[in-house]
Design a protein around this ligand. Structure first.
Ligand SMILES: Nc1ncnc2c1ncn2[C@@H]1O[C@H](COP(=O)(O)OP(=O)(O)OP(=O)(O)O)[C@@H](O)[C@H]1O
Ligand SMILES: [Mg+2]
Length: 257
């Protein structure tokens, strides 16, 4: 369903990706882990054409997206639901208007149809009846779930979740994990989730990939990742400040040098 082939991306002199390749099968959930600034969000943004790779290609359902005309790219974008890292709701719009935003803009649904979709999707994320609230009246967890409701409004074949549980309490995080699993089970949605939350990664993933220094350091099932002997991966998943991962200004990881 998704194929990333030898992707390179820099911003000025900052190299973000230097040869990334992997595939995600239909119905699979792949989680990408990696430190802050390792290029996880940039990777997701390239998959929907928001950022163009310098080299390499991304195939969505067999289509090479860097070669598409604007109209064809929009067709591909309709297949993909994107849950942004900061929920990215429009503050001046109500919840209902936020969730139905893509419906009017991309597909020209009638108001009646859009209302029904909004009601159904809010129910699915456990937020029935909040249509008329504004984002400022919502908690962080509610905003995340409204962001998910908006992403699934068009019944996408692919869902990209950028940090779906970050900043949520442990119970709400698990509600989101269950929701991701429910969408996978009920609709065969293919998903890529980006997260630092290892508990969530182990629960939702068929496979986990670690992004490090612009490359995929390792990719495997949650069990393979948990049993990895790679010292960088081990340090990351155990959340230790001691180990080979360089931390500017921090003396605790001296054994690297
Ligand atoms: N539009 C942009 N222009 C220039 N540099 C960018 C742009 N977007 C991202 N970057 C840089 O690319 C690098 C990777 O950013 P990215 O947002 O993908 O990190 P991340 O892995 O998602 O981090 P976090 O876990 O903190 O969200 C960073 O150094 C960032 O400053
Ligand atoms: Mg990010």
């Amino acid at each position: 369903m998704i194929q990333i082939s030898d992707l390179f991306k820099c911003f000025g002199r900052k190299i973000v990706h230097q040869g990334i390749s992997f595939e995600v099968d239909k119905g699979e959930v792949l989680t990408i882990i990696g430190g802050s600034g390792s290029g996880k969000s940039v990777l997701l943004k390239q998959m929907v054409g928001l950022i163009k790779p310098d080299r390499g290609e991304i195939y969505i359902d067999g289509k090479a997206i860097s070669h598409l005309e604007e109209e064809e790219l929009q067709e591909v974008q309709k297949m993909i639901g994107y849950v942004f890292q900061e929920a990215a709701l429009f503050d001046s719009l109500t919840v209902a208007e936020n969730v139905s935003f893509g419906l009017y803009n991309l597909l020209k649904f009638s108001e009646h149809e859009a209302k029904k979709i909004v009601r159904d999707k809010l129910a699915l994320v456990g937020l029935s009846g909040i249509e008329d609230l504004k984002p400022a009246q919502l908690s962080g967890g509610m905003k995340k779930r409204v962001g998910i409701a908006r992403a699934i409004a068009l019944n996408p074949k692919i869902l990209l979740y950028d940090e779906p549980t970050t900043g949520l309490d442990p119970v709400m995080s698990d509600v989101i994990n269950d929701l991701i699993l429910k969408l996978k089970k009920e609709t065969q949605t293919t998903a890529i989730a980006v997260t630092h939350d290892m508990k969530s990664a182990y629960k939702i993933s068929d496979r986990i990939a670690m992004l490090y220094e612009g490359k995929i350091l390792e990719i495997g099932t949650p069990q393979q990742i948990q049993n990895s002997k790679n010292p960088i991966l081990r340090q990351f998943i155990s959340g230790s400040s001691f180990g080979p991962i360089p931390i500017p200004g921090h003396k605790n990881n001296e054994h690297r040098n």
